[in-house]
Design a protein around this ligand. Structure first.
Ligand code: C2E
Ligand code: MG
Ligand code: MG
Length: 711
């Protein structure tokens, strides 16, 4: 190494000094082993608030912030050992006034002995300002996070690869920590468990995101119901903001609206329901009634409004207190509900007044009145049961006013008024009763009720008997149809068209039918020993309700067994509608009876909806062409065609075909020309009392050269 001349050395030292002294950065020269500051410049001294003189000669530790004494210690040690060219670190000094000052320090060794640095020079930059800003940024970020966490709405930041931020509320609302869920898809799967529902929400959400991207970036709120991790449902409002150009970078916000929904629901309930009985209130009643009227207009069907009022409710309230009154109303409401179908309305009209709206009572006014009356009777009946009011049995009754509606002829208000009027009439006429608004309707219903009770008495007193109408085949009487006749003690003969439907509705048909089958078997048994009568078949009409009752087959078999009648001569006439009701049950019952020899006729054929496929399944013996087609067979080409078709159909199935209601010779000849050889009708004879029928058969037998045992 070339040694420098003295003047050159001095000049260099001078340059160094001025550089050292005037530098804009702090510079100190430190003794490597001891850490003593040998020289410090003015900038450094100012940085620390001391004078240069106060600094020089002291260890750098003296000025170092106690927390940073060890900072960079390891690196320094390595540099002092000659193993590191320089050290850079950030640390704090303590100023003379006690305030910390952050610095960026770079230390470089400047002289060596035996390869170990003797001194080093540190260049020091005041970075307090930067540190300050960093600190401020950090606290503001922390504060922001704190605020987000405490916000009452859930917030999450999402990217294609999943959540990269979510606040506490977000996890609370769904019950899932977003760290638990690998992706947004997993999140959806967790909170909406039904795949179809999820698909629906996703479609709506994606649509909202698309709109936001095309618009101002705000994803509009959508409502959804999710399942919380704990299993319960929550109603949410989910919205968001698109964050960048990246499609999958957005913010989701969740607001739990479950409580609001519950409040809304409750408000809705209170607006439309009576809190005491849980029944619809007058407001909802009017709404439902309106709907029922519209439906009635659409389907051309009848409905009814029943206005009900408790008898003597006021006195219960006054003597036993309102609690008891409330209790009674609650039980009445329950009992009312039990009397009607789920889609009928039972409402509390106010006080002790209730309204029932019955829909779909059918297309006939009579049947609708009967249906409404039946429900009203049922209601009167269930109210007769005692009411259990705190240890005591209370009895109450109702008065009911009924009015029918058909379409929207009358307004809902008008109907309620009519129901009210009828109800007051029921009260005026002794309570615990029902009255129709329409006096004619009232009369019809009363007549029906009277007829029904007469019928009961009539059965007991033997007022019913059969008339017999001969059935012809190839010009000979081969059998008879037994047709029910009712000789009413006051009203005279009543037509089966009038009493059979009533008997079916009231269930009396079961007793009438049982009587009929038994009496037909007795008749067959009584003919068995008469050579002229013994081969006649006897047809009995069987109604649907009778046939479908559980005990029908045993009943017929018992009648056959107890009378000894020949089962092969008994023929049961069934109608198409009966067969269709429960085809499997029908086939089973027919087959069972058939195995004993009992025959079957399909009555009124052509008026129903028979299809070939089931005709083939049934063990039938005979088809009867309905008299409606026979009547106009000569004048109406359609009826003629139908009659011919039935004959062809029956014949092809191997069945006997019998025409009903043959009144003229011309009709008979037409039928014969078309290969229908069986018939019954006024042309030969109307249904006759038994003696006259037997006399007719005998006289024809004589004409044909046969003799009867009786003659
Ligand atoms: P249905 O079984 O079709 O009976 C034939 C009806 O036609 C009978 O009316 C009969 O009197 C009538 N009739 C017979 N010949 C002629 C004719 O030439 N011209 C006209 N115009 N009518 C004729 P009815 O006796 O009034 O019986 C009516 C319906 O009542 C029967 O129709 C049957 O469905 C039912 N019915 C009668 N008796 C019973 C019964 O014991 N039980 C059941 N369930 N229903 C019965
Ligand atoms: Mg018949
Ligand atoms: Mg018939």
């Amino acid at each position: 190494m070339p040694t420098m001349s003295m003047p050159a050395l001095l000049a260099s030292e001078e340059r160094f000094r001025s550089l050292f002294g005037q530098a804009a950065v702090g510079i100190i020269q430190v003794q490597s082993g001891t850490g003593v500051i040998e020289r410090a410049n003015e900038t450094f001294a100012q940085m620390l608030g001391y004078t240069v003189a106060e600094i020089e000669g002291k260890s750098f530790q003296h000025f170092t912030h106690p927390a940073d004494i060890a900072a960079g210690g390891e690196q320094m040690r390595r540099m002092v050992e000659g193993n590191l060219a320089s050290v850079r670190l950030e640390k704090r000094y303590l100023r003379k006034d006690g305030k910390p000052v952050w610095v960026d320090l770079t230390a470089t060794p400047v002289s060596h002995r035996n390869g170990r640095p003797m001194q080093n020079v540190s260049v020091i930059l005041d970075i307090s300002e930067r540190k300050h800003m960093e600190e401020a940024l950090r606290t503001s970020e922390e504060r922001l996070r704190g605020i987000l966490d405490r916000l009452p709405i859930g917030i999450a930041k999402v990217r294609a690869d999943g959540f990269n931020f979510s606040n506490e509320r977000f996890s609370q609302i769904c019950g899932y920590d977003t760290h638990e869920l690998a992706s947004l898809d997993k999140w959806w799967e967790a909170i909406v468990r039904d795949p179809q529902e999820r698909e629906l929400y996703l479609t709506r959400w994606n649509e909202a995101c698309r709109e936001a991207r095309e618009g101002n970036g705000y994803i509009r709120a959508m409502e959804c119901v999710i399942t919380h991790k704990g299993g319960h449902s929550r109603s949410l409002e989910m919205a968001g903001v698109i964050l960048g150009d990246d499609d999958d970078d957005y913010l989701i916000t969740l607001v739990d609206v479950s409580q609001r929904k519950a409040v809304e629901e409750r408000a809705r309930y209170l607006a439309y329901y009576d809190p005491l009985t849980q029944l619809p209130n007058r407001r909802l009643l009017l709404d439902r009634l309106q709907q029922a009227l519209a439906m009635s207009a659409r389907h051309q069907s009848y409905g009814a409004v029943l206005m009900l009022d408790l008898d003597n409710f006021k006195s219960l309230n006054e003597t036993q207190g309102h609690d008891m009154g409330d209790r009674l109303l609650g039980i009445v409401a329950q009992r009312l509900r039990s009397c009607v179908h789920a889609d009928d309305t039972v409402a509390r009209h106010g006080g002790d007044e209730f309204v029932v709206v019955l829909r779909s009572l059918g297309e006939s006014e009579q049947a609708a009145a009967a249906g409404a009356e039946e429900v009203a009777q049922r209601i009167l009946n269930v109210m007769r049961e005692p009411f259990d009011l705190s240890n005591e049995h209370h009895h109450t009754t109702l008065s009911i006013g009924i009015t029918l509606f058909h379409g929207q002829r009358e307004s809902a208000d008008e109907l309620l008024k009519r129901g009210d009027l009828a109800m007051y009439r029921a009260k005026a006429e002794g309570r615990n009763a029902l009255r129709f608004f329409d006096p004619e309707m009232q009369a019809v219903v009363e007549a029906r009720v009277a007829l029904e009770s007469d019928m009961r008495a009539g059965i007991a007193q033997g007022q019913f008997e059969f008339a017999y109408q001969p059935q012809m085949l190839h010009g000979q009487i081969v059998g008879a149809e037994a047709l029910l006749r009712w000789q009413h003690p006051l009203k005279g003969a009543i037509s089966p068209a009038q009493f059979i439907p009533l008997a079916e509705e009231s269930g009396l048909i079961l007793r009438l039918g049982e009587w009929g089958v038994k009496s037909a078997c007795e008749r067959l048994a009584s003919w068995a020993n008469d050579p002229v009568m013994s081969e006649l078949t006897l047809s009995v009409n069987v109604s649907a309700r009778q046939f479908h009752q559980a005990g029908f087959v045993p009943q017929v078999l018992a009648a056959l067994a107890s009378t000894g009648a020949d089962a092969r001569l008994l023929r049961l006439e069934l109608t198409e509608s009966l067969l269709l009701e429960d085809i499997d049950d029908t086939v089973k019952k027919m087959a069972h009876l058939k195995s004993y020899g009992v025959g079957f006729s399909l009555d009124d054929f052509g008026t129903g909806y028979s299809s070939l496929s089931y005709l083939k399944r049934l063990p039938l013996d005979e088809l009867k062409i309905d008299q409606g087609f026979v009547r106009d067979v000569l004048t109406d080409p359609n009826d003629a065609a139908i009659a011919k078709t039935i004959v062809a159909l029956g014949t092809s199935l191997g069945l006997q075909v019998t025409a009903e209601g043959v009144e003229t010779e011309a009709q008979r000849q037409f039928l014969e020309r078309n290969h229908c050889y069986g018939w019954q009708g006024y042309l030969l004879s109307p249904p006759l009392p038994i003696r006259e029928f037997e006399a007719l058969v005998q006289s024809l037998a004589i004409a044909h050269g046969k003799t009867s045992a009786a003659v």
